[in-house]
Design a protein around this ligand. Sequence first.
Ligand code: AMP
Length: 194
Amino acid sequence: MLNIVLFGPPGAGKGTQSAKLIEQYGLIHLSTGDIFRANIKGGTELGTLAKQYIDNGQLVPDEVTIGMLSNEVKKNVDAKGFIFDGFPRTQAQAKALDNLLESMQTEITLMLALEVAEDELRKRLLLRGKDSGRADDQDPAVIQKRIDVYNAETMPVKDYYTTQRKYRGIDGIGEIETIFKALCEAIDGSGIGN
Ligand code: AMP
């Protein structure tokens, strides 16, 4: 299996690049943010719980997020592989993901990290908020909170994959196609998924 963690701060372009990567490599796209938003829309219990955190720019608790992600992976055991978008966001989530994949006799192939400076992120998120309808993209205080949470809680996940020699940084500023090409080169260089 080809299992990619697409990493990066909010607004780095993970959703855009995931859409292109799943088409190129035939993978299942699992975005925890998208799944939470679908639950909020559907009025589920999980959605009600997650909304309180999302609206404040905080992380949904690990236990809830890991449980939800595990269910989604188990629904797709026959997949060629996965793109994990927005997950893992804590070291506990990274460990849980390793355990889950190990139980399926597979593992994370690479963590591809889109690197974008903070000023650019703030600009992109406010712009996205104008037509995405996402409340968390429309409030500068919530945007800043999400960037702060990323730096404090999510950045350590980079160390987790660096230790495993799976981390690859990719410049996330520039043309969508140029960034996509760089991501594909990193994947093709891994020797898995061809
Ligand atoms: P995203 O669409 O990835 O920007 O996620 C939107 C929001 O969903 C985040 O600000 C968090 O509140 C929540 N969320 C998404 N993924 C996770 C995760 N892996 N762990 C905890 N919270 C998450």
